[in-house]
Write a protein that binds this ligand. Structure first.
Ligand code: GRF
Length: 207
């Protein structure tokens, strides 16, 4: 059977990318990482792709006149590599409804909080964990969801809770959340690859 081909979009260190690559290589995840694309130059995620002989591209917004041209190039590369599922792994650029319409229900994202808390525009990276600590919630977590036209609004596939400790800093909390991210993303992708997800409106049921 043909393996599911993943196109992973990144902007930084790529530790989630690594957990996906490793899960494919061990056979846990019946998929292959077909291509990695970064919107930032020289990030470590690109090096991770190179180490595993995965084609890697850097696409900088500044090199394109419009966001439509940028996204057309993104689509071109993903199609060239026969990508079945677009996996956002720390990709900080917001994709337009145009891009999303080209891959309906074929884009997933991981967000380091329990959506719908601490998500949406402006909530990315360390800012999420700073807001969690400042608000004083006792539980945060991780969400893997399908991407729709909104920011962090698509149907939720899996969530996992992570406790917030009294002495947490944004960095210690981010590190604890990341440990769960590295487990939950391969799990969610495995469910997708095994065709076990049924989307009913906003709800994603697991077969
Ligand atoms: C992760 O916390 C992810 O949830 C968020 O950005 C971070 C990326 O980390 N969207 P990495 O590049 O995968 O290490």
């Amino acid at each position: 059977m043909r393996k599911l081909k993943l196109g992973v979009l990144v902007s930084g260190g790529g530790s989630n990318l690594q957990s996906i690559i490793d899960s494919c290589e061990t056979g846990y995840l019946p998929a292959e990482t077909a291509v990695v694309i970064s919107n930032k130059p020289e990030v470590y995620a690109l090096e991770r792709a190179n180490k595993h002989d995965i084609p890697a591209y850097t696409l900088l917004s500044k090199d394109y006149k419009t966001s439509r041209e940028y996204e057309d190039e993104l689509i071109f590369i993903l199609e060239k590599h026969d990508v079945d599922l677009v996996v956002l792994a720390g990709f900080i650029k917001v994709l337009s409804p145009y891009f999303v319409s080209k891959f309906t229900r074929k884009i997933v994202n991981i967000h380091p909080s329990l959506i719908p808390s601490f998500c949406g525009r402006g909530f990315y990276g360390k800012k999420v964990h700073e807001a969690v600590i400042e608000y004083g919630v006792k539980i945060t977590g991780v969400t893997v969801h399908f991407v729709d036209e909104g920011t962090d609004t698509g149907p939720i596939i899996l969530q996992r809770a992570v406790p917030v400790k009294d002495d947490d800093t944004p960095d210690t909390l981010a590190a604890r959340v990341l440990i769960e991210e590295h487990k939950i993303y391969p799990e969610a992708l495995k469910l997708y690859a095994e065709d076990r997800l049924i989307i009913k409106g906003r709800r994603v049921l697991i077969k």
